[in-house]
Write a protein that binds this ligand. Structure first.
Ligand code: CO
Ligand code: ZN
Length: 328
């Protein structure tokens, strides 16, 4: 299987911050609708596709939303004040470009500060490069959201892009659906909403489906760069089988299932313990009377920045592992 650069680029470029997942949902629907038995959108906006079977019910989940910013106030001079939608550190935002749903762009600037360490959201503003407050007031309103802007770039090995978290998980499920082979398993592919603000879509999707097991697909950090994160996971180390994060201790049966399937199918894998963060599996494993759950993670550098980096080989191993779970 080759890495499908166009598919990844298109997914990364969909404008879909939390609660505004329409663009990416429509894009994914078009990609998969001819390959599945059922497809629907639930009340919160989760996209749920199904390959029907009479066997065990498996739920795979990847979230469609990306972190973003929301306008809180447009000031007299035409500068935009904003707050975060999802986990964003104000200290890292200076100079980031942002893009709105209407295509307009801006840059994040700071009021004059004596010490850069003191940066907080209420010292920052977005400059949309206009000298006309009227123009700004016409085109930007309280509640409008924007996302980080950066250009998709690819090397022989890796991809640099925005919203790899979690469009790469969506990519893996799309490719898994397209390469599905017949099985008894009843498979639900959930493309969830609002993960970045607390796995809200996963709560209702998990409850509605009530699966026998759940596997989330999401990015994880790595310990192989110089950013100080101490962990075992590295780029090109294979699919990362999560053992624990802040939202989940992987069920022993799921750890064994994923490990054995990886071994039997010659899929390169590594184990992951993440000391921060969580995924949709955290929300789904406590739904109804409980769902044994785990996560297949994609090792990713620079999480929640405008330029996340992942390795194409790891992605291909993750797709193989998803389809191995489907077929067992
Ligand atoms: Co995230
Ligand atoms: Zn994520």
């Amino acid at each position: 299987m080759e890495f499908n650069s166009k598919l990844m680029k298109d997914l990364s470029n969909c404008f879909s911050p939390s609660g505004r997942e329409k663009n990416v949902r429509e894009f994914i629907t078009n990609e998969i609708k001819d390959y599945v038995d059922e497809i629907k959108v639930d009340a919160l906006g989760n996209l749920i596709a199904r390959k029907k079977g009479t066997g065990k019910k498996i739920l795979f989940s990847a979230h469609m939303d990306q972190i973003g910013l929301i306008i809180t106030h447009v000031d007299e001079k035409g500068f935009l004040r904003f707050s975060n939608v999802g986990g964003i550190n104000a200290k890292e935002l200076l100079g980031f470009r942002v893009v709105f749903d209407n295509g307009y762009e801006g840059v994040i600037c700071s009021e004059k500060l004596e010490e850069k360490e003191k940066i907080t959201f209420n010292k920052l503003y977005i400059d949309v490069a206009s000298t006309s407050p009227d123009f700004v007031k016409t085109n930007f309103q309280i509640g409008d959201m924007c996302v980080f802007q950066s250009q998709y770039y690819e090397t022989e090995e890796c991809v640099i892009c925005k919203a790899a978290d979690d469009r790469i998980g969506c990519y893996i499920l799309i490719e898994a659906i397209k390469n599905y082979s017949e099985t008894e398993t009843d498979v639900y592919y959930v493309f969830s909403v609002q993960e970045e603000v607390g796995c809200r879509g996963a709560v209702t999707a998990g409850y509605g489906i009530n699966p026998d097991i759940c596997i989330a697909l999401d990015v994880t950090a790595t310990g192989d760069s110089l950013d100080g994160i101490k962990m075992d996971v590295k780029l090109d180390g294979g699919a990362a089988i999560k053992l624990m994060d802040k939202s989940l201790i992987t069920h022993p049966e799921i750890k064994d299932l994923l490990t054995n399937l990886a071994k039997e199918n010659n899929i390169k894998y590594q184990y992951e313990v993440l000391e921060f963060g969580g995924t949709d599996a955290g929300a789904i494993h406590t739904t109804m009377s409980g769902v044994p759950s785990g996560v297949i993670s994609i090792p990713t550098r620079n999480l929640h920045s405008c330029s996340e980096i992942f390795h194409k080989n790891d992605v291909l191993e993750c797709i193989k592992l998803v389809n191995a779970v489907t077929k067992q």
